[in-house]
Design a protein around this ligand. Structure first.
Ligand SMILES: CC(C)(COP(=O)(O)OP(=O)(O)OC[C@H]1O[C@@H](n2cnc3c(N)ncnc32)[C@H](O)[C@@H]1OP(=O)(O)O)[C@@H](O)C(=O)NCCC(=O)NCCS
Length: 311
């Protein structure tokens, strides 16, 4: 007979085991390939920003499933399930259910009243459940979660020199220079000004992602400025190497071509780092990314929520 499932809180020394499990349990090869950076961002680095709990499901001695959950730093009544994965040969035996039910209890103890199956910015790997993880979509509704939003990532093709994502920025940068606008790579010394610009211009919580991008290996950021005044930025690589974003252009400078230049500078770096495509995460302006880099909508996510105390 099967050993019982036990759920325990995981300690950080188990990170390698959690990564190994995710490598086997993420059905999409692109996610399996980035399991290490994803776990690092969602578990280790996110803990600087918000309460994060890792749960492990054991059958006997063996780790068969993991779940990472966290409290929203913007609204402490909201909890997020950031990642859940069960080994393929262990599915449909109640492991996912047991992990999710324990996560709800742990989050409730932190004061959470509503749980989202959705990314918890600034540290998230997916906006919600990729629709191709169909068992997860089925499990979410079986466990009483309501789908409330849809989100999508776009993919920029970096596989060949002819890709529109890798189009030269030279002519556009010359035109910007004629207007006194300089474009350059951001340095760690730029971080305070970048964070202040992002906060005052766009609100939101991009400081963490910027800090995780500027000057870090496998990540980076480019900016545009005129006479020392920031006009825009674009960053990549914060929570996973293939990730592009966030980016923003000051409203007064919109339409000048700054955004396209910053975007393609980042994509060029990502290609130079050996990537054959980049994910533009949780996209708003589809036409901008389509027009500036030939990006296409590829990953589509359902976002779910459930009010606690109704089980
Ligand atoms: C999603 C996942 C965690 C579910 O884990 P699990 O241990 O198989 O889930 P459970 O056995 O507890 O299933 C709970 C309920 O969900 C539903 N469900 C789960 N998988 C299903 C499937 N393949 N088809 C239909 N319903 C399914 C069922 O209603 C099930 O209850 P039942 O078996 O009593 O009918 C697992 O499939 C997985 O690891 N998938 C890959 C990673 C992933 O998708 N992560 C989330 C995406 S970001």
């Amino acid at each position: 007979m099967d050993a019982e499932i036990t759920i325990t809180e995981l300690t950080l020394d188990l990170t390698p085991a959690v990564v190994r499990l995710c490598e086997q349990a993420f059905d999409l090869p692109e996610d399996a390939a980035e399991a290490g950076p994803v776990v690092d961002a969602l578990w280790l680095r996110a803990a600087a920003d918000r309460p994060v709990v890792g749960l492990g499901a054991y059958r006997g001695e063996g780790l068969v499933g993991v779940l990472l959950c966290s409290v929203s730093s913007a609204d402490p009544t909201l909890g997020h399930v950031d990642l859940v994965a069960v080994l393929p040969q262990q599915r449909r035996r109640g492991v996912g259910r047991a992990l999710l039910e324990r996560a709800e209890r742990v989050l409730a103890e932190h004061g959470v009243t509503e749980v989202l199956l959705a990314g918890n910015p600034p540290y998230y790997a997916w906006p919600g459940i990729d629709v191709r993880y169909t068992p997860a979509v089925c499990a979410a509704s079986a466990l009483g979660y309501q789908q409330d939003r849809t989100a999508w990532n776009m993919t920029a093709d970096l596989s060949s020199d002819g890709s529109p994502a890798l189009r030269s920025t030279e002519a556009a940068e010359r035109r910007l220079a004629e207007q006194g606008i300089a474009v350059r790579r951001a340095e760690p010394a730029d971080l305070p000004a970048l964070a202040a610009f992002a906060r005052s211009t766009f609100g939101g919580a991009w400081e963490g992602e910027l800090a995780e991008s500027v000057g870090r290996e496998g990540a980076g950021c480019h900016l545009a400025e005129r006479a020392g005044e920031l006009l825009g930025f674009a960053a990549y690589g914060s929570s996973r190497p293939s990730w592009f974003g966030p980016m923003g252009t000051a409203p007064a400078a919109e339409g000048s071509g700054i955004g396209g230049v910053l975007l393609r500078r980042c994509l060029r770096d990502q290609r130079a780092a050996g990537l054959d495509r980049a994910q533009i995460g949780w996209v708003g302006p589809v036409s901008f990314y389509s027009g500036s880099a030939g990006a296409r909508i590829e990953r589509v996510f359902f976002l779910y929520r459930r009010t606690l105390s109704t089980r």
